[in-house]
Design a protein. Structure first.
Lengths: 271, 168
């Protein structure tokens, strides 16, 4: 009741805040998709790290184009296709996730299109990184200067939008080798390989400081109410079927065979 | 200050174009119109969620408007259903991907999908370059043609877009 009174006093819209630690990324994405599609509330989800290294592609991601499939299969790295757009990332305990799910009216004057939403979210992170690094929204990536440390993606419906970001707190350089240089890359990347293109957030501020400052910045736009997430719901009680899913081994093997066949045909044609 | 940051980066002036007169214009002239303005065609009906519908010969052809494609940015992927499926007025039937975002596409009418534009699989950019012609998305056999009366005419839609852009 006190929270409700404070909300009315401040005139800020309500936002539910879920803080997680180490939740598997597939579970996080399922939670986000369900809240996005079925809830009428505004939500912020922060997941401080996930568990095992996992590759996450956007809705239109093609494994053959984006991944070095052979080592992915050999090392049994899970590959997920998520419900939002955007590119491919490999996430692990060094990744911090921050997600905003909002009703269209939650941010006054904000048009529900990709660029305006990204401009707004960059205002939040400008508050977080004030005086730290040379933070900017660089062709839709979060970067310090020209080095990317956060990739984001979105989904927009008639009444709601979701903007979620994976921040590279730290990363294992070996994991980047599972990813190919994407065909579609921002101009500022200038064909740099992963190591030259990305940077670690841990070189700029402590982990807990980043998370706390993100919550603090969000608190200047919304009245935040903490919600406890109950994992492992009774499967018989689950009614929502998410589209985000892990690709099967067979699908990855099929993609690899198709790639091998293409390469053979190309070699044969060149003879 | 904050509003300026997230307002639409282009102030769109909307011009009405006659679907008939389009055929008399050279492709270059039509394109130069679109560069500065979002075009709204006569002879079509429009939804407030920025889809258009052309009802002709018992079939409704559906796509997204020039205003929508301009705001979305370069479309890189279009997710469409299979023929035979059903759509309902205002309900989502697919999505487009642009600038790292998927955006739902909603059907202006209810009915059965009779054809899907398979060209969009290989060439999703048709949605940007030709939103009212080659970028059409689905064709529907309308269940209730009177639903078209609930939609906006060209002038109403043009005004709606101007007001929407002005409010942001």
């Amino acid at each position: 009741m006190a929270t409700l009174f404070e909300t009315r006093k401040l005139g800020l819209p309500l936002m539910n805040l879920i803080r997680l630690e180490g939740l598997p990324i597939l579970k996080q994405l399922h939670l986000e998709e369900e809240l996005f599609r079925t809830s009428k509330d505004n939500w912020c989800i922060i997941n401080d790290g996930t568990d095992d290294p996992t590759i996450v592609m956007g809705i239109s991601g093609k494994p053959a184009e984006l991944l070095d499939i052979q080592p992915v299969l050999h090392d049994e790295i899970p590959v997920i296709r998520r419900f939002t757009g955007g590119g491919t990332v490999i996430v692990d305990p060094g990744t911090i996730f921050a997600t905003f799910i909002c009703n269209k009216e939650a941010v006054p004057g904000l048009q529900p299109y990709p660029r305006p939403i990204m401009s707004w979210s960059s205002l939040i992170y400008e508050q977080v990184f004030q005086g730290i690094g040379n933070f900017r929204l660089c062709e839709n990536d979060y970067a310090f200067g020209d080095r990317k440390f956060g990739g984001n993606a979105q989904s927009i419906t008639k009444r709601r939008w979701i903007h979620h970001t994976s921040f590279l707190w730290d990363y294992d350089a070996r994991n980047m080798s599972y990813l190919r240089l994407p065909k579609r890359a921002p101009e500022y990347r200038m064909a740099r390989d992963h190591m030259e293109f990305i940077c670690r957030l841990k070189d700029y501020l402590p982990r807990s400081t980043f998370i706390n400052k993100t919550v603090e910045a969000l608190g200047t736009h919304f009245s935040l109410e903490s919600v406890v997430y109950e994992a492992d719901k009774d499967p018989s009680a689950i009614k929502f079927m998410p589209t985000t899913r892990q690709l099967t081994r067979e699908e990855l093997e099929e993609a690899l065979s198709a790639t091998d066949l293409e390469n053979c045909s190309a070699q044969f044609a060149s003879l | 200050m904050a509003l300026r940051m997230w307002a639409s980066s282009t102030a769109n002036a909307l011009k009405l174009s006659s679907a008939v007169s389009k055929t008399h214009l050279s492709p270059a002239a039509i394109f130069s119109l679109s560069r500065c303005f979002s075009s709204v065609l006569e002879g079509l009906k429009y939804a407030k969620s920025h889809e258009w519908v052309k009802h002709e010969g018992g079939v409704a052809t559906i796509g997204i408007t020039d205003h929508a494609q301009d705001h979305l940015g370069e479309v890189v992927f279009v997710d469409l259903p299979e023929p035979g499926g059903k759509v309902s007025q205002g309900g989502s039937f697919g999505a487009v991907e642009s600038v790292k975002a998927t955006s739902d596409i909603n059907s202006p009418v209810s009915g059965e999908i009779v054809e899907v534009n398979k060209q969009l699989t290989e060439t999703p950019g048709l949605v940007n370059s030709s939103p009212y012609e080659n970028g059409w998305m689905i064709k529907v056999k309308p269940a209730s043609p009177s639903e078209l009366d609930n939609l906006l005419g060209p002038s109403e839609y043009a005004k709606f877009c101007e007001e929407e852009d002005a409010a942001h």
